[in-house]
Design a protein around this ligand. Structure first.
Ligand code: UD1
Length: 352
């Protein structure tokens, strides 16, 4: 069986790591990098630190408007998929790389599997929401991370194609957490917050961005703001000073350093999907600067508080008391990637 994985953006490299190791000896695995993320800190460090083999193909598409970027990837992926003629194309999450690969595959009649299927924010302003809905409806096999995601697939008439496999991010996070603990790399909790802000709804409205940065600058502990290039560019364009007050401005971290930083922190402030869940798995309280989340379990269990329009409540939310402990495991047991490969092997050739 030959599986062709398409990745392009930072969180997808993290998800690729456990899949690539689970594929070893079980399938021929071709990795195609669209080049959506290309800076050393946004791409190469993940392959290096997580032991992922170098991509077989890098399309080097780079940045652009949504249509321009997605269209360029679609055109570039078509001949690659034809050349390798895989049994499955495997796409990850909800980025423009995901949608481009999904459309390329279905148009070539190549079976398509979507990892992290069924997540919904129900916010149609988010590019990720279009990407995941369109990809789910195009795919032949929907690999869902949670029971809630399976429910969304059923609501949209997609239950037959869905399989609950668990969350591959849990696999990689637990492995890296254990490495950090073994290396003595996590500081005792409590001295600082970790913050990341990169969603266009937060960065591209100068008033909203200024209010968020003001709130971070006024927090009661140092704030390590790990600045995505989109944040740096937007802040500079709108004259918002990032380095002030409690904020300690820093570049994005490599994955093991990020995990260590979160483990040692008193809390996380973020608009990232992945980081909300990673913080929950590490049992670090999170405040999510968005009106909704796809990872509703983190909120229901009391470890994540959403702050959407009422930004004046952000400091109070971040500085709230420690949540009640829980041993709930809505994101699986750390063996999702093995299940993904099992399902791909089992269903291989069974699609008409
Ligand atoms: C993308 C995903 C988002 C994911 C995020 C993770 C889409 C629609 N969005 O958002 O779901 O949460 O990745 O980080 O696919 N840039 C660089 N260097 C890079 C990459 C980007 O400087 O290596 C800058 C460019 O100015 C670019 C901007 O960041 O225009 C945004 O990059 P892009 O990949 O379009 O979207 P993200 O905001 O990273």
């Amino acid at each position: 069986m030959r599986v062709l994985s398409v990745v392009g953006a930072r969180p997808q490299f993290v998800k690729l790591a456990p899949i690539a190791s689970a594929m070893a000896d079980r399938a021929e695995h071709i990795v195609v990098h669209t080049g959506q993320h290309y800076d050393e800190l946004m791409s190469d460090v993940f392959f290096r630190d997580l032991g992922i083999p170098a991509p077989d193909v890098n399309l080097a598409i780079g940045s652009g408007s949504h249509g321009e970027q997605t269209g360029a990837m679609l055109a570039a992926l078509e001949p690659v998929i034809q050349r390798y003629s895989p049994d499955w194309v495997l796409v990850y999450g909800d980025t423009n790389s995901t949608l481009a690969a999904a459309v390329a595959s279905v148009k070539l009649h190549v079976p398509l599997a979507h990892l992290e299927a069924g997540l919904r924010s129900f916010n149609r302003r988010m590019p990720e929401e279009h990407n995941r809905v369109l990809t789910d409806h195009a795919a032949d096999l929907l690999l869902a991370p949670t029971a809630v995601a399976m429910g969304h697939l059923a609501d949209e008439g997609l239950a037959d194609r869905g399989v609950l496999v668990g969350d591959v991010m849990t696999d990689v996070l637990y492995a890296v957490r254990d490495q950090v603990l073994a290396g003595g790399g996590a500081a005792p909790a409590g001295d600082y917050y970790v913050a990341t802000i990169h969603r266009p709804d937060n960065t591209d409205d100068p008033g909203r961005l200024a209010t968020i940065v003001d709130a971070l600058a006024g927090l009661d502990r140092p704030v390590r703001l790990l600045a995505h290039p989109r944040l740096v560019a937007a802040a500079s364009a709108s004259g918002v000073e990032l380095q002030r007050g409690a904020i300690e401005l820093a570049a994005p971290l490599a994955y093991p350093e990020l995990v260590a930083a979160v483990m040692g922190s008193r809390g996380v402030v973020t608009d990232s999907g992945g980081l909300q869940k990673e913080a929950f798995l590490l049992r670090v309280p999170t405040t999510t600067v968005r009106p909704e989340t796809e990872w509703v379990e983190t909120v229901d269990l009391g470890w994540n508080v959403l702050v959407g329009s009422a930004l004046q409540t952000l400091p109070e939310a971040v500085q709230r008391p420690w949540p009640a402990e829980t041993d709930a495991a809505p994101y699986g047991d750390g063996h999702a990637a093995e299940r993904v490969v099992d399902v791909l092997v089992e269903r291989h050739g069974r699609l008409s």
